[in-house]
Write a protein that binds this ligand. Structure first.
Ligand code: S3P
Length: 434
């Protein structure tokens, strides 16, 4: 499906972005192995979260939706049932990698698979350390499908240094650690999103983070008691808010308020970067939801200057680097991003493919070996661009189109449903408030 996007005069109004994808998936998985009925309020409904729920259903976990909450009845750590069919994770990297950790210690066989796009993404980063824990797991030339054989004995604890900063791999090892006979230690080179740790701690599991150099050392002690059922409310997803944060910064005359947004510091690197670029915004903390800080972000149109981004900031902004590239096209000076080679193995190659699409709009943006360089400010021109079946590419191009001189046609716009099914409707609401 293609979408026509006209330049915007200004964006105005208040919006609650959709709920957090990473937290919805983690909460659902934990509810599936807790003891009793958990309630997840304000869950995200999107392609990725539906994939996670369908996998849980195949593991015999009853899930109903009632009064705006997902009600998931877990039967304890050993309550999952052998699936008759492969667990189909569709395009969700978070689902397949976290599920790999969850099923690694089960006493039954499981196959984890996904669509063609997911089958191209690297899985050895998760199968290798799980094998070191004693899991019988095989990948297919480093990718999905993953075949997990019934564990004959408890998994072993591990002290593992992540070669790349990855919250998905860390989370898989922590979930596998629930089935281990001794503690699991994960050392990450830079702090990555810690939603799994926060949720597990909320359920009484001993998970202790400790700063180590630029990164973090996390230790999980396998629990002796069942995980209790829980209730939580999922905050709005900072990564979805990010598109309207940048859209408001770039579109003259804009003022946009984003409410109930998750402000976990492992996720909000974009705010630090925009601050360094000179963007005008305020952040008002309003409290907590499911052990996560939440608040309101209010953004105004602002002049930006180029910035250099690298190191520990990268994992804190990993999913926002495409929209940062869009912001950089309108900034005065050069923006340089380094240490972001992971962008090559996301839903699409977000260094080569995405920047090529952005150049079709007139951007001066080039990939480097481990990041990109964008020169600004550049007047963008409307053109036909392709979302590359990558939600964040499609939404980033849609935001770029708002500051182009004429209409842009975005091909493959439906892929936004991976995390933000109502993206275009929300964009229309912010345009209509003038
Ligand atoms: C995610 C972690 C990140 C991120 C992805 C979601 C998660 O991936 O890019 O969109 O929910 O844990 P990596 O852990 O591979 O860096």
């Amino acid at each position: 499906m293609s979408r026509s996007i006209l330049p915007a005069r200004a964006l105005r109004g208040s919006l609650r972005p959709p709920s957090d994808r990473s937290i919805t998936i983690r909460a659902a998985l934990l509810a599936g192995i807790a003891h009793g009925e958990s309630a997840i309020y304000a869950p995200l409904h999107s392609d990725d979260t539906e994939a996670a729920l369908s996998c849980l259903a195949r593991l015999g976990v009853p899930i109903v939706e009632h009064d705006g909450a997902l009600r998931i009845r877990g039967h304890g750590l050993r309550g999952l049932r052998a699936p008759i069919q492969p667990l189909f994770c569709n395009a969700s990297g978070t689902t397949i990698r976290l599920m790999a950790g969850l099923v690694a210690g089960q006493r039954f066989d499981t196959t984890l698979d996904g669509n063609e796009q997911l089958r191209r993404r690297p899985m050895r980063r998760v199968t290798e350390p799980l094998q070191q824990m004693g899991a019988q797991i095989e990948d297919t030339n480093g990718c999905a499908p993953l075949r997990v054989h019934a564990a004959q004995a408890p998994l072993r604890g591990i002290d593992y240094t992540l070669p790349i900063a990855s919250a998905q791999v860390k989370s898989a090892l922590l979930l596998a650690g629930l089935y281990a006979d001794s503690p699991v230690v994960v050392r990450e080179p830079a702090p990555t999103r810690d939603h799994t740790e926060r949720l597990l701690r909320g359920l009484g599991v001993e998970v202790t983070p400790q700063p180590q150099g630029e990164g973090t050392r996390i230790m999980l002690t396998p629990p002796e008691r069942p995980l209790p059922a829980f209730e939580l409310t999922v905050p709005a997803d900072f990564s979805s808010a990010a598109f309207f944060i940048v859209a408001a910064v770039l579109t003259p005359g804009s003022t946009v308020r984003l409410t109930e947004v998750g402000l976990n510091p492992t996720r909000t690197g974009l705010l630090d970067i925009l601050n360094a670029m000179g963007a005008q915004f305020t952040v008002e903390a309003i409290g907590e939801a499911c052990g996560e800080p939440i608040g309101t972000v209010e953004v105004r149109a602002s002049e930006l200057r180029g910035v250099e981004v690298s190191g520990a900031l990268i994992p804190r902004a990993i999913d926002e680097l495409p929209i940062l590239a869009v912001a950089a096209t309108q900034a005065h000076g050069v923006t340089v991003v380094r240490n972001a080679e992971e962008l090559r193995v996301k839903e699409s190659n977000r260094l080569e493919g995405f920047l090529a699409e952005l150049r079709k709009l007139g951007a001066r943006a080039e990939p480097t070996a481990d990041g990109f360089v964008v020169e600004g400010p550049t007047p963008l021109r409307g053109a036909t661009v392709d979302g590359l079946n990558d939600h964040r590419v499609a939404m980033s191009l849609a935001v770029a189109a708002l500051v182009a001189d004429r209409q842009t046609t975005l091909l493959g716009a439906e892929c936004v449903a991976k995390t933000y099914p109502h993206f275009f409707e929300d964009l229309a609401t912010l345009r209509a408030e003038l």
